[in-house]
Design a binder for this molecule. Structure first.
Ligand code: FES
Length: 148
């Protein structure tokens, strides 16, 4: 694994949830706007490991439009390619398994060999990686984005 630097949120612990209560606040308008995606395709590129469904990852307000936020403790990067549309991907680079460490310019960056991935679908936009980041299914519950 690579070192984790910069634009990530606090500690590293895959199974620990920082928020156990969610859904009490309003924000129902966003609930139907999350894009579902397959996460059980059986790819062996690696992922953040098995994580319980309904795990709160981050709040909607913490994910900038046109960018994304890396949640190191869950090994997930959540993006918002357009307002109200949230996507989530494993942070594990499909090239050699480093963790992506930055989202900028509408792309997810791997520090090891320079691969960059689309925030829309995780597809590689710059190699050497030639496979997309594993997409994870998420939904909005109140103000939280949770693993579905
Ligand atoms: S491990 Fe990500 S570019 Fe090589």
């Amino acid at each position: 694994m690579c070192d984790r630097r910069g634009s990530t949120t606090d500690t590293v612990h895959p199974e620990v949830s920082r928020r156990s209560v969610f859904g009490a606040a309003g924000g129902g308008a966003l609930a139907g706007m999350v894009t579902a995606c397959g996460g059980d395709e059986g790819d062996d590129a690696g992922s953040g490991g098995e994580q319980a469904t309904d795990t709160p990852l981050i709040t909607t307000g913490e994910v900038p439009v046109g960018e994304g936020t890396i949640i190191s403790e869950h090994e997930v990067v959540v993006t918002q390619p357009e307002e109200g549309v949230f996507r989530a991907f494993s942070t594990v680079c499909t090239h050699q398994g480093c963790d992506v460490d930055e989202v900028s310019g509408g792309e997810i960056h791997c520090p090891c060999h320079g691969s960059r991935f689309s925030i829309e679908d995780g597809a590689p936009v710059e190699g050497p990686a030639d496979a997309p980041l594993e997409e994870l299914e998420v939904r909005v519950d109140g103000d939280d984005i949770v693993l579905a």
